[in-house]
Design a protein around this ligand. Sequence first.
Ligand code: PAJ
Length: 276
Amino acid sequence: MIILTTTAEAHEHSRRRACKRVLVPTMGALHAGHVSLIQLARASAGVNGEVVVSIFVNPLQFEPGSDYTRYPRPAAADGKVCRAEGVDLVFQPAANEMYAPGRSTFVKETSLSERLCGGSRPGHFRGVCTVVAKLFHLLAPAAAVFGEKDFQQLAIVRRMVRDLDFPIEIIAAPTIREPDGLALSSRNQYLNPQERAQAPIIRAALLEAARAEEKLSAEIIERVRSKIATAPLARIDYAEIVGADDLQPRLMIEPRSLLAVAVFFGKTRLIDNVLL
Ligand code: PAJ
């Protein structure tokens, strides 16, 4: 396994290799969700292809005062996971390697980014698009894998790829969960035992909504809100029903309606979604 840490090396490597390269962008603290993405990347790249994992805690997508400094960075454990999964190349740059001082160019998607997580985390998706565009340039993959847990991120990356003509196939990966339904996330380790015990209410509420007979979005959302409210430590950031492709609100449940929620447990914000 090759480990590269500078943008110059990444450019040089991308120019030299001709096989099918598939990228899995991550912020590290790798868990079984990330592993499932790596395995999809291998399936897409084939045995002769190259699976690349980027590990970079991107300062640009963290709002001021959030968890950027305390975000977990278990470099040795992440290296082990990548080796065990047969990853060919890890790109793990330092923050000052990716961002020159005085940077003034960003990539901003201006429609899908406005609602949901974009509403509560202004600037977040501009940071995501900017770093993903840079990774696409640096590593020049034929395909890249993104998780459906971050459904809005996936939709925005697809839009960016279309709008800016990146010759890159975007592969969507299903959400991997704990046995009790909680979606795996690097942030789950922030939860204290009481919060962790209550967090599966999110998935339970989404599944109940998916089974419900109601056709009016407002009624379904009310159901979700009252179910989540039964967990005393939960505080809802948003619960919305949108079209899965345009991420615009839907008054009625239609084919490809997406129910997306963000819920705080203490300072930890968890997201999840389900197609209705
Ligand atoms: P990170 O949170 O590390 O997630 C990396 C990838 O793993 C994303 O595509 C995410 O959707 C996926 N993922 C996370 N949890 C998952 C789960 N439980 N099941 C399946 N996939 C899961 O998302 C980011 O990093 C960053 O925003 C990034 C795209 C790397 C840009 O900085």
